[in-house]
Ligand binder design. Structure first.
Ligand code: GDP
Length: 431
């Protein structure tokens, strides 16, 4: 098994962190291939909770190499803080961490641009984390970004900063003096960042390809999810990078075949943060209950998440755009105690029955789910580790999700801890 990509299949926060954490010990290298410090993976290991925003969850595993791929954007300040936190937890990530020299930097100016744009959108706000990630990707596409490679040459870096501040400063209404001041401040921050990180910057593509050539297993850790993907997500309520499995190749510098098998992660229900339509959104009472039981608050923003019933239309779409081979269903335990559980199998849209996820956000907003209703279970599932110990209704529910999505479910998760996991059926990904 050369490569495996672990990707989100809904609107993010599916619990990819836990699944990657579970798989990581069997891998030589774990690569983050997209996004910035908005990802917010929460990992609980040995009772210790660590929230990682940029660094791969694998930094928790001594002996596994962690790579920040070229598809990522790196906020120097946030990255330094995260390295401190991981070190405070008694780990030394430095020795096993590699940053792609082709990854781009997020700077203060990007946060300013994002705040301006969100305020101009008014009611149509995307609900971003306002961490400057979108504008950093804009500058990458605009060919005026500052890359980690630029940290090696101060003159080259300062030239890039001057141009970036001139273009963005005009949009922000900055004077010439302010532009120079901002460029100087950014330079000083990058100097401080370089002091610590420069030895960890290199050709990530070369390292990953080398590992694969030597027969080592490589895991590509996705951030966000299919419905947040810049191309395939519910545009414009999306992130600014590729979150689909194919993005693993682009964002790491390997060929598509190297990505290998694709594991999708889905909650037993679904959640969404920020704006945009979600057809299976729950009633206020059900939503409040899932938020409470599932601790559904954004790991990065602290905002309560919007909760919805499992949407098989979304999952079938995800299967297609990711090319899913297997599925891990997380947070089954959060549904404990519901008397009935619903799953959307199709939508009604303007009087017609539709089974494919629409591209137009207005149309998504008009979709009314056609539900199949399942009996809930009374016995708690939290911490269960064997299929036969699950209540019959929970097993029926998993069987139905497999049938409705058309993807084999090979793992069910019943709690935040690594050990609270059930293997199910044959898998070419899980041991
Ligand atoms: P990610 O970005 O996809 O990794 O997801 P998050 O870390 O934002 O959200 C997942 C949250 O759910 C974390 O707090 C996990 O510890 C927690 N979690 C993961 N799997 C389970 C599970 O099966 N049951 C429960 N109750 N919590 C889980």
């Amino acid at each position: 098994m050369p490569g495996v990509a672990v990707v989100g299949t809904q609107w993010g926060d599916e619990g990819k962190g836990k699944v990657v954490d579970l798989l990581a010990p069997g891998f030589h290298t774990v690569v983050r291939f997209g996004g910035g410090h908005n990802a917010g993976h929460t990992v609980v290991a040995d009772g210790r909770k660590l929230v990682l925003h940029l660094l791969p969850s694998a930094v928790l595993h001594p002996g596994v190499r962690s790579v920040i791929g070229n598809g990522c954007v790196v906020d120097p300040e946030a990255c330094l803080a995260e390295l401190d936190e991981v070190e405070a937890a008694g780990l030394d990530p430095g020795a096993r961490l590699l940053f792609s020299e082709r990854a781009h930097c997020i700077l203060d100016v990007h946060r300013e641009v994002e705040a301006l744009e969100e305020s101009l959108r008014g009611k149509g706000e995307i609900g971003t984390t306002r961490r400057g990630i979108g504008p950093a990707y804009e500058d990458k596409a605009g060919r005026r970004g500052v890359r980690l490679a630029d940290l090696r040459d101060r003159d080259q870096r300062d030239g890039r900063l001057a141009h970036l501040m001139a273009v963005r400063g005009r949009l922000l209404g900055w004077s010439r003096e302010r532009q120079c001041e901002e460029a100087r401040a950014a330079g000083a921050l990058l100097d401080r960042f370089a002091e610590r990180v420069l030895p960890l910057i290199g050709d990530a593509s070369l390292a990953i390809t080398g590992a694969l050539a030597a027969g080592h297993a490589v895991l590509f850790e996705g951030a966000q999810a299919a419905l947040l993907d810049i191309d395939h997500g519910s545009y414009p309520f999306v992130t600014s990078s590729s979150a689909v499995a194919a993005g693993a190749a682009v964002g790491s510098g390997v060929g598509p075949a190297a990505v290998g098998r694709v594991l999708g992660v889905a909650k037993a229900y679904q959640t969404r943060v920020g704006g945009g339509p979600m057809p299976t959104e729950m009633t206020e009472a059900d939503n409040a209950r899932v938020v409470r039981r599932g601790n559904e608050y954004g790991a990065s923003t602290g905002r309560p998440r919007r909760c919805g019933w499992f949407d098989a239309v979304v999952l079938r779409y995800s299967r297609r755009v990711h090319g899913l081979d297997e599925l891990a269903i997380t947070k089954l335990d959060v549904l404990d105690g519901f008397s009935r559980i619903r799953v959307a199998v199709r939508y009604r849209l303007d009087g017609e029955s539709v089974s494919e996820f629409p591209a137009d956000p207005e149309a998504i907003g008009r979709c009314r789910p056609e539900y199949r209703t399942f009996s809930g279970w009374r016995r708690p599932t939290g911490g269960v580790t064997r299929m036969e110990d699950l209540p019959r209704e929970a097993r029926v529910y998993l069987d139905a999700l497999e049938e409705l999505t058309g993807v084999p479910i090979t793992l069910a998760s019943t709690g935040p801890d690594r050990l609270a996991s059930i293997r199910r059926g044959p898998s070419r990904i899980f041991p």
